[in-house]
Design a protein around this ligand. Sequence first.
Ligand SMILES: C[S@@+](CC[C@H](N)C(=O)[O-])C[C@H]1O[C@@H](n2cnc3c(N)ncnc32)[C@H](O)[C@@H]1O
Length: 299
Amino acid sequence: MASQRDIDFTYTLIDKIFRLSIGETGDFSGAKYDGDFSLTLEEAQRRKHAFVWEQLRLAPGQRALDMGCGWGGLLRYVKARGATAVGVTLSRGQWAACRRNGLDVHLHDCRTITRDTFGAFDGVASIGAFEHFCSPAEFRAGKQDEVYRQVFRAAASVLPRGSRLFLQTMVFGHNMIRPDAIDVHAPRDSDAWALGLMTKTFPGSWLPFGSEQVERNAAPEFRLLHKESGRLDYIETIRQWRKRFAAPSWRKRLLKITLIPRYLFSEDFRLAFVSGVSANTICFERELLDHFRMVYERV
Ligand SMILES: C[S@@+](CC[C@H](N)C(=O)[O-])C[C@H]1O[C@@H](n2cnc3c(N)ncnc32)[C@H](O)[C@@H]1O
């Protein structure tokens, strides 16, 4: 699993800049354009929230859990529709921001959740967090399936039979290269280099091999009801993020100044955040990565 230190590197370091660019409770995961790129980013994220609400068949007064809730975009939506929303994150920056915004969020490893942790729920969502549950070291030790099995056992433990889980995650695509060939110092523009850059942005994280690996590990507790690719939608989402991150503001400029020592002294920081390219986009375009939204029913 990506450790709290890894997660803080990816998310807490950019906490303030993220909130100034994308919004206090902005989403940091692929939006649901369904190919309609005339939508704004915010409309497409809202469409995703509405889809999750409908697919989980939530109703006012019910309880929903968000495993890996980020800055709380989905939680805010669920709360506004009259349900109770509980979130967990491993990022201290996200946790503090969510609490300030009145959201019920806990700094907790969601893989260890049981019914005793926060009680039972009517629906569970996990959006863009599954990517972090297995580390490269766990993959190399042959534990990847075991890690995913535990995630599904945790989700299942809080859900009654017949209720639903919404899961959105990146996976390695069908053009994925040999894992040991991934290398950030490989020739620029090569597949090995693009994937290497991604490992710098998301240290401690390793992806499932296709949606099949996710489905296989879900199968003992969950039946797949629906699956769709969000790969092209994700490319558009990243395009919109980059515009918003680049939009000038004095507060962002001041924050960036505080990051100059890291820029100067940390190669990892430079590769992760200021490489000048979007490694994710390159990997999605080349289908080194894919992306899926899945709806499961608890059996
Ligand atoms: C890409 S962000 C997505 C956030 C949010 N779901 C969204 O759509 O904006 C990944 C989230 O997963 C969380 N996460 C990763 N591993 C976790 C773990 N083991 N336990 C709890 N949260 C975790 C991170 O802290 C972060 O909030």
